[in-house]
Design a protein around this ligand. Structure first.
Ligand code: AGP
Length: 612
């Protein structure tokens, strides 16, 4: 999952490409490069490392020209080296390609080309594409690209220029996102519209198997047979400042602090006091269909999968509807028997995660109504689902998802209310949920007050190599999420478990060096969780507890037994995931800082996983 960007117009391309790559860096950041064209000369500049390393190199060797393509990489084939960085040129130096995706049959194609005497400079699958295009080139670059693509198996979002085709970029998409940006006498191509901020708000989302042809004056979209396609131009409404860090040191911290506002946005105009229920404008499924549903399948990856697990508790409690939660990467191949009245809901921040997209397509293929809970407007999953709900969390740049998780949980809570009011939930119960939901942004705002306490606790445990995160019921998924946050940004080993599961094995991990983070707010099973906490204490394990403030009885017991306690506002049990997630996000953030990790761009990761 890389980021690609192309520009053809009347301005110097290099600064536009570098600034755009910075906005795409969340997609992959182990190496970067660009190539521009003046006359018939290609100016190739690429470096292992961050965009900043490429920018420093460009200071020494600027790349002139108003026409170019660029790339920031998340390695799928070959280590992060200068030669494996994109763009890749054909052996004859004619054609340059940047690519996001995986070519599954590249090895066979490469062997064949090598037998025909073609020399390769890199270990990548992408270089095969450049060689094939050059191989098919007889004057028409678009045709050469089309013929080369016909030989590929796999996924791609790619951009191509050729030194014998001035002022021309050819783009193509299959499986990986690609948008075309329309400007005044200039055009853009990007993996994500975020890279076009400040340049244009008019974009065209390419569909699978479509190509596009850009010149300074014109753009067109073609289907796989080079027939022109009537493409729909979307107007984006976003504030350029949205994706900036502002006064915060990191995007992740900014996004943690944006959660109260993100929750208000997620609820705005969707809670109806009159009907004591929630309303969603884009479900596109008639209430009859929703009422007839006998089962929901929630599917996603990573943090979105954890939000789905919270959704299972919510929908089963408030709508009494059976819910199954599936890892999208497993669900797409497992082929489970699913009965007719099952609705499949894909949960995703980016809307481009390949496994979740494939799970959605598989469900549609089997005729199940599909919905998407998604943050990125116009993303592939949002467009391909039958209907859905946008999270309205705003751009999430930090690789570690935070505000999107809370917004997903808030939307799932409103969905539980909506489906519940169609079934057993009374208007009084609905009205109470609405009151409690409206109070949660403020509760999360107060939960942020634990920041200083969490920073101090992080100092005490930053050196630990292993952590356990323990919770029960609604907080078991939050324990999983807390462990994921710590793993992905601090590289410490962490496991989340249902607290009562410990005695069935994992408790063997407990010792003085292994802190356990216990989610133990006030609630119907407080005593049960307290005895789980005692089991850890009995074996010398340090305990960091997240408890409900203001409840003297439970708070007192926790303070007595835990080594460190973080208090969060006391909210109804089904809303505790939204309050308890905050200290876990901050704990991971500060432990990562103390371990000198790059919080916003953790190693080996990328924000949206567009390859299998
Ligand atoms: C979470 O912090 C990670 N970035 C990752 O697990 C992420 O949740 C997963 O890749 C799913 O992404 P999506 O929500 O954009 O589909």
């Amino acid at each position: 999952m890389c980021g690609i960007l192309g520009y053809v117009g009347h301005k110097e391309a290099e600064p536009i490409l570098v600034e755009g790559l910075r906005r795409l860096e969340y997609r992959g950041y182990d190496s970067a490069g660009l190539v521009t064209l003046t006359g018939s000369k290609l100016h190739l500049r690429k470096r292992a490392g961050r965009i900043a390393d490429l920018a420093a190199y460009l200071k020494e060797r600027p790349a002139p020209g108003c026409h170019g393509i660029s790339h920031t990489r998340w390695a799928t084939h070959g280590p992060a080296t200068d030669s494996n960085a994109h763009p890749h040129l054909s052996a004859d130096g004619e054609v340059a390609v940047v690519h996001n995706g995986v070519i599954e049959n590249y090895a066979a194609l490469k062997r064949q080309l090598q037998e025909e005497g073609v020399t390769f400079r890199s270990d990548t699958d992408t270089e095969v594409i450049a060689q094939l295009i050059a191989r098919h080139r007889d004057g028409d670059l678009v045709e050469a690209v089309r013929k080369a693509l016909a030989l590929l198996k796999g996924t791609y979002g790619l951009a191509v220029i050729s030194r014998r085709a001035p002022d021309l970029i050819v783009g193509a998409r299959l499986g990986s996102p690609l948008v075309l940006g329309i400007g005044e006498e200039e055009h853009f191509l990007a993996s994500d519209p975020a890279a076009l901020i400040g340049h244009t708000e008019k974009v065209v989302y390419l569909h699978d198997r479509e190509l596009c042809v850009l010149t300074p004056a014109d753009w067109r979209v073609l289907d796989a047979d080079s027939m022109r396609v009537e493409a729909c131009v979307h107007q984006l409404d976003w504030d350029p400042g949205d994706a900036d860090k502002g006064a915060f040191e990191h995007h992740m911290l900014k996004e943690i602090y944006e959660q109260p506002e993100a929750l208000e946005n997620a609820m705005r105009g969707r809670l109806s006091d009159a009907d004591a229920t929630a309303h969603f404008g884009g479900l596109n499924l008639d209430p009859q269909q929703l009422r007839r549903a006998e089962r929901l399948i929630l599917t996603g990856c990573g943090t979105s999968y954890h939000a789905a697990l919270v959704g299972e508790y919510l929908i089963e409690e408030f709508a009494r509807l059976p819910v199954e939660v599936e890892y999208a990467s497993e669900f797409r191949y497992r082929n489970p028997p699913i009965d007719r009245n099952t609705i499949v809901i894909a949960i995703t921040q980016s809307g481009e995660t390949a496994d979740t997209l494939a799970a959605l397509r598989e469900s549609k293929r089997k005729g199940h109504p599909t919905l998407a809970l998604c943050n990125v407007v116009g993303s592939t999953i949002a467009r391909e689902a039958d209907g859905g709900v946008y999270l309205r969390a705003g751009p999430e740049v930090g690789v570690a998802s935070t505000k999107a998780f809370s917004s997903q949980v808030a939307v799932l809570t409103m969905l539980a209310l909506y489906l519940g009011r169609m079934r057993h939930l009374s208007s009084l119960q609905g009205a109470q949920m609405i009151r409690e939901l409206r109070g949660i942004p403020e509760a999360v705002r107060q939960a942020l007050d634990c920041h200083d306490a969490v920073r101090a606790i992080a100092r005490r445990y930053a050196g630990a190599r292993n952590f356990l995160y323990l919770g029960r019921q609604y907080l078991f998924p939050v324990a999983l999420e807390g462990a994921l946050k710590l793993k992905e940004i601090s590289y410490a080993h962490a496991e989340g478990y249902p607290a009562a599961e410990m005695k069935h094995g994992p408790i063997a991990l407990v010792d003085e060096q292994t802190p356990s983070v216990f989610l133990i707010p006030r609630g119907p099973i407080f005593d049960k969780v307290m005895s789980n906490l005692e089991e850890i204490k009995a074996r010398g394990g340090p305990v960091i507890a997240v408890a409900s403030e203001g409840d003297g009885e439970t708070a007192g017991q926790v303070l007595d037994r835990a080594d460190d306690v973080i208090f969060v506002p006391d909210v109804p049990e089904y809303l505790q995931p939204l309050a308890a997630a905050v200290p876990l996000q901050l704990l991971a953030y500060h432990i990562a800082l103390l371990r000198d990790c790059d919080v916003d761009k953790p190693r080996n990761l990328a924000k949206s996983v567009t390859v299998e």
